[in-house]
Ligand binder design. Structure first.
Ligand code: SF4
Length: 238
């Protein structure tokens, strides 16, 4: 007798989750999923090549997983009642076909789910948004500057489309940007702030990179003007 369709779908999701390549894990964080005690799973692989990327060892999708999905599940079973949630970070989590099944498995264990993404796959993001409790969307630049940051043609259209889909979903989260003055100037940063605020972003986290080639920095007037577009604005220096 054939299995019911929902049973087959659940079995497929379990199979897909087991394919998730995880390059590392943080067992406890208080900052990556606001208001929650969470573990972070760093998913292996990202097709973009941002010069300021801090996770270079996670970019190659072909690297064997550092942690098997079965071990993640055992870890989470032992943390039931101790952790509130799980953060899928990267690399780029939405690169992997196993992500939706992994999200379902984590939710079935009673945990909330957060996603950190650069928004490079708008359709995949839209499919999982109803299963997320929080999202940190990395929006890198004004549209005309995007490809020079990611070094991938067409990246900006995809990321901005993901931003629109997230905002339409109503899922809680923050838009975040790393700004390096060698990539685009202060005037363009103001264009970016005005653009995301016009779309409906209310919480923006801006990280100012002081790495090599960052020839300019933000003055207090710039910071005040940038912050004025948002209900909540966070500035970090790195
Ligand atoms: S999108 Fe994120 S993970 Fe990928 S290269 Fe850029 S900063 Fe690194």
């Amino acid at each position: 007798m054939p299995l019911p369709a929902d049973t087959c779908a659940a079995a497929r999701r379990r199979h897909d989750a087991a394919t998730l390549r995880i390059g590392g894990m943080t067992a406890l964080t208080t900052i990556d999923f606001p208001g929650r005690l969470a573990a972070v799973l760093f998913c292996q692989g990202c097709p973009w090549r941002c010069g300021y990327c801090h996770n270079q060892d996670l970019l190659d999708a072909g690297v064997p997983p550092a942690i098997a999905w079965a071990d993640v599940q055992a870890f989470l079973r032992a943390r039931q009642g101790l952790l509130d949630g799980v953060v899928f970070s990267g690399g780029e989590p939405t690169l992997q076909a196993g992500l939706p099944g992994a999200i379902e498995a984590v939710r079935a264990g009673g945990f909330e789910v957060a996603l950190h993404t650069a928004g490079m796959y708008p359709d995949r993001l839209a499919a999982i948004l109803p299963r997320l409790d929080w999202i940190g969307l990395d929006l890198k630049a004004p549209l005309h500057r995007y490809d020079s940051v990611t070094r991938v043609p067409g990246s900006g259209e995809r990321a901005w489309e993901s931003l629109r889909r997230w905002l339409a979903s109503g899922v809680a989260g923050e838009c975040r940007t790393t700004w390096h003055a060698g990539l685009f100037d202060v005037a363009e940063l103001h264009v970016l702030a005005e653009g995301i605020a016009a779309l409906g972003v209310t919480h923006w986290a801006l990280q100012e990179s002081r790495g090599s080639g960052a020839s300019a920095s933000l003055g207090s007037g710039d910071v005040d003007r940038l912050a004025s577009h948002f209900n909540s604005f966070t500035l970090r220096k790195a």
